[in-house]
Each structure stands twice: as structure tokens, then as C-alpha cells.
Write a protein that binds this ligand. Structure first.
Ligand code: UDP
Ligand code: MG
Length: 153
């Protein structure tokens, strides 16, 4: 089973959408392996968004991601990285398809509700960036056999 990192961004906290976003992941059958609230520092954001530090919008992104605490989640499931990215939708929420989280809940390229890891390699690094080992829980829900065929587990 893969694990991926999701961040419920400050806009999600401000707009009281936390429950609805988490509900989507749970209804899909994804497993919450870790979850906590934290205030992101500039240092962790510079690391997390290292690919964007030279872009003109980076100061605004930094401010936006520090506006309130965020909720970080480690989400587990078969092909979880790809599944969660598909549920998230395009970066620019106005281009994100209806039915995706960004497509349904937001109108902005910046204030786009969630972060989701974009590859298995990033997911591994990002989970370790935001969680310690003892904050990730290795359990399976009792309904696992109703969620997957035996050869998918
Ligand atoms: N972002 C932005 N303007 C842009 C591109 C990105 O404000 O033109 C912000 C947006 O919040 C996005 C984050 O920077 O979610 C990270 O960008 P990335 O390209 O990694 O997109 P993502 O993986 O979040 O879809
Ligand atoms: Mg990204």
C-alpha cells in the first residue's frame, strides 16, 4: 500500500471546509494513517516548495500558507499518490474539473484547498518532512475486505 501527504491549507481552515474535504478521502476508501494540526514555519515551506522559491508569487504563497495552522494528513491506499492527485485536480482551481476537490471548492490558483504529493518519491520525502515515525499508525480498517479484492491488498 502506498502513502501520500495531504495538507489542508489555511483557506480550508478559514472557510470551514475541513470536514467536507476529509469526508471525501474517507468515503473513497482511503485510510488516514496520520493527521495533526501544525503552524508551518517559513523554513519548512522553503523546503517543501523549493521548486517555487524563485517564482514571483512565492512570497504570497508563503504568507498564505502561514495565515493559519494547517492540517497535515498521511493517507494510505492502493496507488494512493495517483488516486489522491486525481481527486485533488489541477493546480489552478478554475481549470480543475468539477468533481475534484479544487474544482468543487475553489476559484484560485493559490488558494486551492489542498496540497497532495505528486509522486511516490515526493510522498516519501514529504511524509517524513511533516511527521515523525511514531505519528504514523499502521492499522487497517475492519472493512478492508469490502474495499479491495484479495489480490489488491
Ligand atoms: N501556486 C501559485 N501560483 C502558481 C503556481 C502555484 O500560487 O502559478 C501555488 C499553489 O498554491 C500551488 C502551490 O503553489 O498549490 C504549489 O505549486 P505546484 O506547482 O507544486 O502545484 P500543486 O502540486 O499544488 O498542484
Ligand atoms: Mg506540487
Amino acid at each position: 500500500m502506498e502513502s501520500t501527504l495531504v495538507i489542508l491549507k489555511p483557506s480550508t481552515i478559514q472557510r470551514a471546509l475541513v470536514g467536507q474535504v476529509i469526508d471525501r478521502f474517507q468515503k473513497k476508501g482511503l485510510i488516514i494513517a496520520g493527521m495533526k494540526m501544525m503552524q508551518l514555519s517559513e523554513a519548512i515551506l522553503r523546503e517543501h516548495y523549493a521548486h517555487l522559491v524563485d517564482r514571483p508569487f512565492f512570497p504570497g504563497l508563503l504568507e498564505s500558507m502561514r495565515a493559519t495552522p494547517v492540517i497535515v494528513m498521511c493517507i494510505k491506499g492502493r496507488d494512493a499518490v495517483e488516486v489522491v492527485r486525481a481527486m485533488t485536480g489541477a493546480t489552478n482551481s478554475r481549470k480543475a474539473l468539477p468533481g475534484t476537490i479544487r474544482g468543487d471548492f475553489s476559484m484560485s490558483g493559490q488558494e486551492n484547498i489542498v496540497h497532495a504529493s505528486d509522486s511516490l518519491e515526493s510522498a516519501d520525502v514529504e511524509i517524513r518532512r511533516f511527521f515523525t515515525a511514531d505519528e504514523i499508525f499502521d492499522y487497517n480498517p475492519a472493512l478492508m475486505r469490502s474495499m479491495y479484492a484479495p489480490d489488491e491488498l
